[in-house]
Write a protein that binds this ligand. Structure first.
Ligand SMILES: O=C(CO)[C@H](O)[C@H](O)COP(=O)(O)O
Length: 226
């Protein structure tokens, strides 16, 4: 296993250890979350009694395959905890998420959780926050107007495409616009600028994470809210 994969696995295992019987658990998206979902699947097989709420179609399919009982936000509008990955995080536990295109459901589930635990490998730690495009989910109807506004703000927007060259469509049938900015000096200020009609949500997760568990070498480093 590569060092990166082993860091992701260590973080995922540390987060899954925190789960207890009776919890409603948000299941994140992406490769690190998939490792956590596999760990949860193994724990459920051993008798752990939790119910999951997946944040993407891909995570739902994986959880079903593993026999993890699932529910919805309609049944449980408040979750006990969510375990999810991140594309970048800083020491203030501000995140960039949405590299996998699932940011909308991820943010809804994280915001509905009493606790939000982020799992990451050591390449994701960035002060200042940056080094990864900021995904913005946009309703197709308004995309050209939103792009025009983002250009005016000098945020270098690019509509995400699939490998086949078609526009990438999210689980909620929207587009993703990636903002090619180097670093984000003030994430809160940028989040305010992104309140634009037609933008459904953006990948800056501010004030949501309670803890980041980062695999580094053979260890797990824990970052908590100051
Ligand atoms: O936000 C996400 C998906 O929308 C993922 O959590 C993020 O992209 C991290 O993915 P990975 O664990 O594969 O690095």
């Amino acid at each position: 296993m590569s060092e990166l994969a082993s860091e992701k696995l260590l973080a995922a295992q540390a987060a899954v250890k925190q789960l207890a019987d009776g919890m409603i658990v948000g299941l994140g998206s992406g490769s690190t979350s998939a490792l956590a979902i596999r760990e949860i699947g193994a724990a459920v097989e051993q008798g752990l009694d939790i119910i999951g709420i997946p944040t993407s179609v891909a995570s739902e399919e994986l959880a079903r395959e593993l026999g993890i009982p699932l529910t919805t936000l309609d049944e449980y509008p408040v979750l006990d905890t969510t375990i999810d990955g991140a594309d970048r995080f800083n020491d203030q536990l501000e995140l960039i998420k949405g590299g996998g295109g699932a940011l909308l459901r991820e943010k809804i589930v994280a915001a509905a959780s009493k606790r939000f635990v982020v799992i990451a490998d050591s390449t994701k730690h960035a002060n200042p926050l940056g080094g990864f495009p900021i995904p913005v989910e946009v309703i197709p109807f308004g995309v050209q107007t939103v792009l025009h506004r983002l250009e005016e703000l000098k945020l270098n927007p690019v509509v995400r495409q699939t490998d086949a060259g078609a526009p990438y469509i999210t689980d909620e049938n929207n587009l993703i616009v990636d903002l090619r900015v180097d670093t984000v000096a003030d994430p809160k200020q940028l989040a305010e600028q992104l309140v634009i009609p037609g933008v459904v949500e953006h990948g800056l997760f501010i004030g949501l994470a309670d803890e980041v568990l980062m695999g580094v070498g053979g260890d797990v480093q824990r970052f908590v809210k100051a």
